[in-house]
Design a binder for this molecule. Sequence first.
Ligand code: FRU
Length: 495
Amino acid sequence: MSGSDTMAASNERPLRHFTPPQGWMNDPNGLVYHDGEYHLFYQYHPDSLIWGPMHWGHAVSRDLCTWQHLPMALAPDDHGMCFSGSAVVDRHDVIGLFDGGEGLVAFYTAHRFLGDDEEHYEQEQHLAWSRDNGRSWHKYAGNPIIAAPGFRDFRDPKVIYHERSGRWVMALACGQQIRFYVSNNLLDWQLASEFGHNQGCHTDGPWECPDLFELPVEGGEASASRWVLIVGVGIDHEGPQDTMGSFTQYFIGHFDGERFHNDSPEAPLLLMDQGRDFYAVQSFSDVPDRRLAIAWLNNWQYAGHAPQAGWRGAMTLPRELTLAATDQGVRLHQRFASELARSVSPLEVAPFNAPLKEGDHLLATPGADLVRGELTLEPAAGSRLALSLQQGTQQQLILCTGEDTTEVAYRREGQSGVARFDQHFPGERRAGELDGRRIHLQWWVDHGSVEMLIHGETRQLSITLAGFLLPHRYPVTLSVQSGSVPLIDVSLDAG
Ligand code: FRU
């Protein structure tokens, strides 16, 4: 039996992670909040379990916990497939298509093959609009809004409104650069600048799925803010497979309406997530009070081989993004959207009063489908502890404390159930270092994934790992391998 066949035996879906009704799904697209609804569009190949002619699937949610599937928003046509992109609310009809009212405007890349060979293609930017809150979509008659430039990879438009200049800005992935275009009416776009040369991480793969937004810096000087530019680093499908696969980097800096200035061009690679399964992240447009984002919970390295159950692919939980002043500079931090916690109720945790010592185990949780956990501890220097999450395939978080930092690593077992489905799936990796003595951990375990946010004094690590589809109940164990670990607080909730 192949890995996929084995997994197909289980079709238990995650409870809080979005999955498509059937078929293949990758990137979140067109995330926008309008009239009390969060819209989630996504890269979709409904009739197949592998990537192919891309459509935009569509779902909406009012609470970020449950999603309602809606009819397909966009389908391929003579211009090609509908690749990733974004959406905004046009409140004042700057586009002139809404009779002076408001409407939704989506931007996507039309991807057209030039001949039979998948390596020869052309990409251009297209627009679609809806005046009925996303229930029906019209492709703009004047497409393309930005024509193919004469090179291949030219995609994933993310459009934002830039208050200070009073103009719309589009960030677009071009080869291994990000281009910024500006517009007054969402239809006519001028190239303003390009970013990326000698900046951040370049592999053999293209840069993809940019995002751009401004946030206040928490814990910094009052009124300080920074711009964040997020960039996906794709894998090179032809070359030797890099060990990370696809991953998400970000830059902190200033954006003046035309140009992005990286605050620290010399800074080390800033990863948005140190796990393996966090890609093509996009933040919602038009949410009034916070910056919310969702990523594809997968990695191009093995996504096509991942176990399936009539559908393949899941999104991460929605997360709120913030900026924090850390001892290493301004960094992007995340927290799980607060709505998620409302959907669970507390589990009893065995009382504890003495520090945990070598060989001690804590927290074997009963058979819940969805577990949210939170733990604060202050391990003595020289302690080593492991948080094991039995989630389809076992995932383990390993914390090793030094004098004033804690080294964080994780391990994922090499198989999912009885099947090994891809050599790149298993492995152990160093995630990074936390500062200070006290560690605060938060995690969600759902069918098919575990998402962990781990805080030191000022630094944070995010580790998102797929486990894929096994219908396990999830024992979570905290075991001390050496040293002594005073626990400050534990709470568990189940859903
Ligand atoms: C990223 C990506 C995008 C592209 C889409 C195609 O995962 O490669 O760059 O638009 O997927 O499905």
